[in-house]
Design a protein around this ligand. Structure first.
Ligand SMILES: [Zn+2]
Ligand SMILES: [Zn+2]
Length: 463
């Protein structure tokens, strides 16, 4: 490059550099100005994203799109609940349908509702056939379930109780199980009579398992209340209040419940005809959980192969058709109207919703099929999701809250209750264990007294 051209080029580069510095300064100033005073586009964008999918009035639509229906920020997934992945907040309530129908099938068990409270307490409403497999699938240790409430004594609501009574102590449920339920028109129809005779029915089972640590696991405490009383508080513990009222269902001795805790409220009516007391006691609750029967009788009779009179008689004397539920929810105005005790089939679902909607315009959900989970959280928000569980699972490990655990001594040894001649017919294990494999057999429980041991599952002390 010649001398003159070099200087010209150098000057050009210098000018360009100076210009780019000025530009950068101007851009920075513009950005600062924009941050200080957001322009209309930025304001629009903030509004758009801030509303999370509701950018304008035209999208506020449907019966469910009301402000109190919202997920919580701590949910791991908003459309699925994975048990064990979310810490219940101190003010939160989680309600899981462990059973949701009357005829059990692969996706639905007999009625059972598991209510977990942010203060660490839980209660169970009903324990219908097959529901326990869902408690296991959700890894709920049996020894953490201590208070079970029954709406009535139909087997679709209580037939898992004998199994639970017998196996709860095997999962370290060594304290008495508290069982709550109504009296009947005569002593023999009350819950106390049922439990007394259930314990007799399980005499063989109890004596066989008494060779294991059982503690007080086979000494249930029954809290039978007068089924006729209305609004009586039958449970008042750690801020949780549960009251009941009588209801009309096949025979005297059916009851409905309301739970209150920390400003949250849940009604569960059990089975019944649409009832004025439900409206009275459930006004404005977070969840109004009612049974529902689809009233498409000609359709269900065809499906079930029953005469229409059979279905009509059953519903018209004893159950809540979807029109009736819609009417109740219109009057009581819960945050969410929840229909359960329901065979969750596509052929009936649309019909059922249509009937509920005839009266009721608020948020509606099915408490079915099994594992659907509701959270009541924040400033009174409600959200519900399908619960996810593996098809197979083992029993979860027990949970102990105290720093030490008192291991109860068995009542007797296994071979105390097996005849010597029958024992003598057992084949010597040396014949069936492989050669060289001679495990030390535990043929006797090694301890004859209760022993206090450190909680094996306590968190390690903070360093
Ligand atoms: Zn039922
Ligand atoms: Zn019933």
């Amino acid at each position: 490059m010649k001398g003159k051209a070099f200087w010209l080029a150098a000057a050009a580069i210098g000018i360009a550099g100076a210009v780019s510095v000025v530009w950068a300064q101007q851009a920075k100033q513009a950005q600062q100005a924009q941050e200080a005073q957001p322009g209309p586009e930025l304001l629009q964008a903030k509004e758009f994203f801030g509303k999370a999918g509701i950018p304008g009035k035209r999208w506020v639509e449907g019966e469910t799109m009301v402000p109190h229906i919202a997920p919580a920020s701590h949910f791991k997934a908003t459309m699925l609940y994975y048990p064990g992945t979310e810490e219940l907040q101190p003010d939160e309530v989680r309600v899981t349908f462990m059973g949701s129908t009357y005829y059990p099938n692969r996706s639905q068990s007999g009625m059972s509702i598991f209510v977990e409270l942010g203060n660490g307490e839980n209660v169970v409403f009903d324990l219908g056939i097959g529901s326990l497999r869902n408690y296991n699938a959700f890894s709920i240790p049996f020894n953490t379930i201590n208070h079970v409430f029954f709406t009535h004594l139909h087997m679709d609501h209580m037939s898992d109780l004998p199994y639970f009574m017998m196996f709860r102590p095997i999962q370290a449920g060594w304290t008495p199980l508290h069982i709550y339920g109504p009296s009947g028109s005569e002593k023999q129809y009350g819950i106390a009579h049922m439990v007394e005779h259930m314990m007799k029915m399980t005499a063989w089972h109890q004596d066989s398992f008494n060779a294991w640590p059982i503690g007080d696991g086979y000494s249930p405490e029954v809290h039978e209340f007068d089924f006729m009383k209305e609004g009586e508080v039958i449970y008042d513990r750690k801020g949780v209040k549960i009251r009941h009222w009588p209801t009309s269902h096949t025979k005297d001795g059916a009851t409905s419940y309301r739970l209150d805790w920390n400003g949250r409220s849940i009604c569960y009516t059990g089975d019944n005809r649409p009832n004025s007391l439900t409206i009275k006691h459930c006004k404005g609750v977070d969840l109004l959980i009612s049974e529902v029967q689809n009233a498409a009788i000609s359709l269900s009779s065809r499906a079930l192969g029953m005469p229409t009179a059979m279905a009509a008689y059953t519903i018209d004397t004893s159950h809540t058709p979807a029109y009736g539920l819609g009417y109740i929810c219109k009057k009581a105005q819960p945050k969410v109207c929840v229909a359960t005790h329901y065979s969750y089939d596509d052929i009936f679902n649309n019909e059922t919703v249509a009937q509920v909607r005839h009266h009721y315009k608020g948020a509606f959900a099915f408490g079915a099929p099994d594992l659907v989970t509701f959270n009541i959280h924040g400033d009174g928000k409600v959200w519900w999701r399908e619960g996810a569980a593996a098809d197979s699972s083992q029993t979860p490990r027990p949970r102990f809250e105290s720093p030490t655990v008192k291991f109860p001594a068995p009542r007797h040894q296994v071979y105390d209750v097996i005849n010597d001649t029958i024992e003598a017919n057992e084949i010597n294990p040396k014949k069936w264990y492989p050669k060289g494999h001679r495990p030390d057999l535990v043929r006797k429980w090694p301890l004859t007294k209760d022993v206090e041991v450190p909680n094996p599952f306590a968190p390690p002390p903070a360093k």
